[in-house]
Design a protein around this ligand. Sequence first.
Ligand SMILES: Cc1ncc(COP(=O)(O)O)c(C=O)c1O
Length: 388
Amino acid sequence: MRIEKAKRIAELPPYLFAAIDSKKREMKKKGMDLIDFGIGDPDLPTPQSIIERLKKAAENPAYHRYPSYEGMIDFRKAVSRWYRRRFGVQLNPEAEVLSLIGSKEGIAHIPLAFVNPGDYVLVPSPGYPVYRVCTLFAGGIPYTMALRRENGFLPDFSEIPAEVAEKTKLLFINYPNNPTSAVAERSFYKEVVAFARHYNIMVCHDAAYSEVSFGGFLAPSFMEVEGAKEVGVEFHSLSKTFNMTGWRIGFAVGHEEIISGLGKVKTNIDSGVFQAIQEAGTFALENFDTPLPDIIGIYERRRSVLIKGLQEIGLKVDQPRATFYFWIEVPRGYTSAQFAALLIEEAGIVATPGNGFGDEGEGFIRMAITVDEQRIREAIERLKKIKF
Ligand SMILES: Cc1ncc(COP(=O)(O)O)c(C=O)c1O
């Protein structure tokens, strides 16, 4: 039998990390000790008390049955209380909060609820690749908003032609930002609300990194600005906040009808999050002040070591105010892929080529400080020996 993939799979953009993955395998085979800055996944464990709560909750037979797709009411109430505490935002837990199997799940499904074939969706470049792919899966047309250093890696809405904006259904934004580590202030979110209102565009703000920030900076929520709840939703996750990437729990909050549309897709696709995980997530949201100082302290120390080292070497990079990413300009004469290949071949250092996040990421590499301090120091020593 001939197996033919659907067009939506066959037409996906090429997997741009394939070259670096194969280089990694090749260098490992040669016995190279790799220091991997490529992974956007915390290396630190989930706080022990959250794990204990899961263990206890897993014993409850009521939790062994199907959960509700929208999430336990206790979890949704914990989300709404956390929003009030952290951002001063009021949410109705019954209608304005939805549990997700990680924020990726909600992001990937939302265009299925709202985008018709031929509708435009505004996606940032560089950006988290899921925005573009989920748009394509829904038959939508991704329209790139370039994030440039000179704009603080914020999109410039005046660059979007009116005829595109008029046919746009949905807008993805993400601050603190992966991969650039840029942050957004409330004034930017006000601009987003005005633009969305003008063209009747739904806003999907991905705030997965809101609780990874440094030097006392606290990322605002999109929901804090007037009118945000009338135009959009915000995606959140326990993944980076509590080092729970493997647990798969997140949530969406905001406009009631957008939440219910996403919920409608989910009732037909999944059956919610294991309730013992929801109970542990409820415990986490209710019992910790976020950002978690212990986790942030570790990242801050790593951040200082890496920024100092990279600047000594002469690489052009801004110190991140949030996220665990460093967005580094590649030296003149190299493409992102060439520079990433040089680092791995000459020094065993794995970084992600920026073009993997979209065309506008060309000319950069991303390094994630999900590596311990000692290894970062070692990486700097190795980098100092490379000529570029
Ligand atoms: C920008 C961004 N959004 C969302 C996610 C998804 O996170 P999760 O599904 O674990 O909540 C990630 C994961 O790396 C991310 O970088």
